[in-house]
Design a protein around this ligand. Structure first.
Ligand code: ZN
Length: 307
């Protein structure tokens, strides 16, 4: 059975003619001992650094980086409206809006906002960005309850160690293989759980003249958790331990020419846009999958030693 498949459906998002059609279906540190754990840190010691301003960057074709120095937000543009991906921290929203405006685009022309995973450092700014744009937020059906509530969910591996964020009112749920359509734009959702139960990877094609590439916004893969959580023992975590290898396989095999991650340093983005590393690399997602597989193996080894 295909994982996480949902019944075929068509969803119309009011008031604009945006139709969501079913198409087919961390950077965090590890503890020295025991499984990698998240330090209870509701004050977020990294947030100031993550939220340092960064000017907007044209990545390729109609895809622009509009996030902060340490947290990604992407704008994919079209003459019929734009797609914004991720909202970073609550305090990042004004920067993201300013970056969109600095590029010459109108914030009000953002027709839909997508999410990678439902943690405060990627979904925290969604409520403010929704207010500024009037756009619905789209998330996986397993991230949506988190984002609507703004409070951590029990099936999150880091439950109990991470903070909440402003709740988001209009959150549309999508499933594996669904496509978000805005004008000519087509962005495909792939569920890649592991770091969170609802982790989502987005991919789309951008063209620069006649050269068209697959861009992939691959979600975080760090198997980081609260101290008591064990992937190998957790039955509430979707399909439990089988989730992670399935995500690795999906990253390894999906069409991918240009990789971007929710933390830009996770894909060495700044060196790549500055030209000191290749921006385009058809092997990037395969390499990313390899790193994810290694972190998963280490996690399993650590949990096995405890038995
Ligand atoms: Zn996270």
């Amino acid at each position: 059975m295909r994982p996480h498949a949902a019944p075929a459906r068509q969803l119309t998002v009011v008031p604009v003619a945006l139709v969501l059609l079913l198409a087919n279906a961390g950077i965090e540190a590890a503890a020295a001992q025991g499984p990698p754990t998240a330090t209870p840190d509701t004050s977020c010691s990294s947030c100031t650094e993550w939220n340092r301003p960064h000017g907007p960057v044209k990545v390729f074709g109609n895809t622009y980086y509009v996030g902060t120095d340490g947290l990604s937000a992407l704008l994919v543009t079209s003459p019929e409206g734009h797609v914004l991906i991720d909202g970073a921290l609550p305090e990042s929203a004004p920067q993201i809006q300013a970056n969109i405006t600095a590029l010459g685009f109108r914030v009000q022309d953002v027709k839909v906002i997508l999410n990678s995973h439902a943690h405060f450092d990627h979904a925290g700014g969604l409520a403010a960005l929704q207010q500024a744009t009037g756009a619905p937020v789209v998330a996986s059906f397993r991230s949506a309850p988190w984002i609507r509530a703004g409070t951590p969910q029990r099936d999150d591996p880091q439950y109990g160690t991470i903070r909440g964020y402003p709740p988001v009112r209009r959150v549309r749920e999508m499933a594996d293989g669904d496509t978000v359509r805005v004008g000519p734009l087509r962005l495909v959702m792939t569920l890649t759980p592991g770091h969170t139960p609802g982790g989502t990877t987005w991919r789309w094609q951008s063209c620069d003249g006649s050269r068209c590439l697959w861009l992939v916004y691959a979600d975080s893969f760090t198997p980081l958790s609260a101290p008591a959580f064990r992937y190998t023992a957790n039955r509430e975590y979707a399909d439990g331990p089988t989730d992670f290898p399935r995500s690795v396989e999906r990253w390894r095999t999906m069409p991918c020419d240009l990789l971007i991650t929710p933390h830009p340093m996770g894909s060495n983005l700044w060196a790549r846009v500055q030209g000191s590393a290749p921006l385009v690399d058809p092997g990037a997602c395969r390499d990313y999958a390899g790193k994810a597989a290694l972190s998963w193996k280490n996690r399993l080894d650590t949990e096995a030693k405890e038995r």
